[in-house]
Ligand binder design. Sequence first.
Ligand code: DGY
Length: 323
Amino acid sequence: MAQPKVLLTRRWPEAIEARLGEVFDLTVSRDDLPLDADQLKAALRDYDAVLPTVTDRLSAPIFDVASPRTKILGNFGVGFSHIDLAAASARGITVTNTPDVLSECTADLAMTLLLMVARRAGEGERELRAGKWTGWRPTHMIGKKVSGATLGIVGFGRIGQAMARRAHFGFGMKIVVQNIPAVAPETLAEFGAEQVGTIDELLPRCDFVSLHCPGGAENHHLIDASRLGLMKPDGCLINTARGEVIDQHALAQALWFGTIGGAGLDVFEGEPDIPYALLGADNLVMLPHLGSATRETRDAMGLRVMENLVAFFEGREPRDRVN
Ligand code: DGY
């Protein structure tokens, strides 16, 4: 039987591309740029499997292709809010993602942002590199203590729990959780965590708030001006989930007017474009969507997509099907 035709929309780790090439008739998008609407439509028309990433916007109109050849979208990443699942299902296309393998590294990065914001690490480094450091003094760049502080976690799935583990056992933080559906008491007990019913209850109680909920329409601007107004005046907001979860305009205002203490963002609405108002905010640490960006994790993500694909084309149910 002919090998299935598979398209990688971006470059993947070399070793994984090589392994995919042994099993499939593989095409790699050599210029490593996000595919535009026409290219995505052509991909659905011409390939048995398309392996997209967060940079490929597979909205409903993209699936409007006369006779799509694609039977599976093997997303390289756990988040899939860039794929219209209903439209994919309507065309009989299976969608899979890569859970589990990136939880640890994404939580590591959320903790990195939390520490950087609390201890003003971005500001400090900028000052030093600009040649503006005049030496040690007792009142210089005073931050906020992390150990023993209260961390609110919105979304208590795999990554939220990995964050709680780091914060609670590594830094003695108290954990407050909000999740839909409610979290089982035995899971909360693992982290000595307390559960609240709503985000509005969680925000005023926390020194730090870390977002680990899915993106997409259901959580669009979940953190808006009124919710930012519920945070403590020195509270810090961390986002490694999806950019659309925060109203960036409202966040910029809160940072500029000092109604919250600071923020750490790894994801942005409309990335890679960053609003000008955010770029100038000193109490904000920004990273270019690096959550899963370690050699080990990116290899593991690639292998997880491959496992899903092999199962699918052997007629088995892929373990990470999301539609
Ligand atoms: C993920 O896996 O969701 C990362 O954010 C990359 O898309």
